[in-house]
Design a protein around this ligand. Structure first.
Ligand code: FAD
Length: 434
């Protein structure tokens, strides 16, 4: 029955798919240009026949999503970037109605019931959105706030929070990081103290993506005084409860169209039944949830990196200096070839980790490696490509500069590079014992 439902939803996607018309564009692609997203032109394997992970269905799903990106999102990105916010409820409803907010979620809660590789395919396609902020906000909804709920939440909780998040009727946010606890998640100070059949929550969360628009938060809070890895719980927290205060919207270097909030909790009372899974298991659930978040983030940035390379090739091909195209300098085309090679290596790692993950393996080490490499490569690639654009690259009129700003977050958010290195070292058994 579940598979049948999934196939039905997928058929809808295939039927409504549109075929990308390639129109060659030469010259500077300004942010205001309303152009179609391109297929991931940097990837060697673009069809199901020769792809290690994706089938015809993955590609059909991506084509269908690309249509929505081109018609409903990209034409408005510049405006939303300037406004510092995008209309999450409107865009999530469009994506949810088409099934894109729950491809790997259970059919009984509105999902497609497919495996995580489909979520990775969606994340890769979302990389064709002309900024980093909107895909990140979508990823928060699909792969950062809902994996633990889908896996460990009660049926009642899933009906109340998961189902409408998948259909796009409500917006979710993730409340893990705090002012004094980002990399060290175990040291969070927000407390949820049980009083009768309610938790009373006090504390605050920092850097909350979707925070000013969200209807509910997947909140990590201390529910006892026990050891830091066993005293935490994940709680579904409606954001309209008395005592939830959106303190401010944070101004940022990049990801402008994504709203980031600081949130305070002042004696917020939430029913104990809103806990996800078992009390005291929140830290473990969150660490598991981080695996999908990190793989999702890598998939998303891969397409952006492909697109920045392609844009740079087009620009440097037509920009003549000393009577020849910039691209004809060996230092330029060799550098772009080297960067594309690195992107392909990262894609292979992502697809390998995803294939192992959907078979039930622990991919913490591979996911951490991919996240680390993704952050470092994005910084390197953004810097190198921007250089080849000269002064144009320094303007805020071209995609390469937006990527340069937005992608800087990859080495910080969802676990900084150094946190990833720590996890990898743990798996290599090279961390000094305390
Ligand atoms: C735009 C944006 C959106 C975000 N969205 C969310 C969200 O929706 N929900 C949420 O919960 N969080 C969110 N975050 C928070 C993000 O996950 C944290 O910023 C991140 O985990 C780092 O925590 P921190 O900022 O407190 O840095 P800190 O923990 O203060 O770390 C500072 C630096 O210390 C270094 N460092 C850390 N650990 C080590 C180590 N072991 N060894 C050596 N050096 C180390 C790293 O260089 C690190 O960057 C977001 C952040 C941003 C900027």
């Amino acid at each position: 029955m579940a598979l049948c439902g999934a196939a039905l939803r997928l058929n809808l996607c295939v039927d409504s798919r549109y075929f990308y018309k390639f129109s060659s564009r030469v010259g500077v692609r300004r942010l205001s240009e309303n152009t179609s997203s391109r297929p991931g032109s940097g990837s060697g394997a673009e069809t199901a026949g020769d792809h290690v992970l994706y089938t015809q269905e993955h590609f059909a799903l991506r084509e269908s999503l690309r249509k929505i990106i081109d018609q409903e999102i990209n034409p408005h990105v510049d405006q939303w970037e300037a406004e510092g916010k995008f209309p999450a409820h409107k865009i999530f409803k469009i994506l949810g109605s088409a099934g894109f907010l729950g491809v790997n979620k259970p059919v009984e809660y509105g999902g497609m019931g497919l495996d995580f590789s489909y979520s990775v395919a969606v994340a890769e396609e979302l990389g064709n959105i002309h900024c980093g902020g909107i895909p990140m906000a979508i990823g928060v909804q699909t792969d950062m706030t809902t994996p633990a709920l889908a896996r460990f939440g009660s049926a009642e909780l899933k009906k109340e929070f998961l189902l409408p998040s998948i259909t796009g009727d409500i917006v979710a946010c993730l409340g893990v990081s705090e002012v004094g606890a980002g990399s060290d998640v175990s040291s969070i100070k927000t407390n949820a103290v049980r009083k009768g059949d309610e938790y009373v929550i006090n504390g605050g969360k920092m850097w909350t993506t979707n925070g000013t628009q969200a209807d509910w938060m997947c909140l990590l809070a201390n529910t006892s005084d026990g050891p830091p890895h066993k005293n935490k719980s994940l709680i579904c927290l409606p954001m309209n409860l008395p005592g939830v205060h959106i303190a401010r919207k944070i101004e940022k270097l990049g990801m402008w169209s994504s709203d980031t909030a600081e949130v305070f909790f002042d004696d917020v009372r939430v029913p104990c039944k809103n806990i996800i899974g078992e009390e005291g298991m929140g830290f473990t659930y969150q660490m598991l949830q981080f695996q999908e978040e990190r793989l999702w983030a890598v998939a998303n940035i891969l397409t952006m990196m492909d697109n920045v390379i392609q844009d740079t090739i087009k620009y440097t091909k037509q920009r003549k200096i000393f009577k020849q195209p910039v691209l004809h300098n060996q230092v330029v085309h060799f550098r772009l070839a080297e960067l594309q090679t690195e992107v392909e290596l990262l894609r292979s790692l992502l697809h390998c980790a995803t294939a192992l993950y959907i078979k039930g393996n622990d991919v913490t080490k591979l996911a951490s490696m991919a996240k680390l490499k993704g952050g470092r490569l994005a910084r390197e690639l953004g810097d190198s490509c921007l250089q080849f654009w000269g002064g144009m690259g320094f303007t805020s009129e071209v995609m390469v500069s937006r990527f340069y700003r937005d992608s800087r977050l990859m080495s910080i958010g969802g676990g900084a590079d150094e946190v990833m290195l720590g996890i990898i070292c743990k798996y290599m058994d090279t961390l000094p014992r305390k």
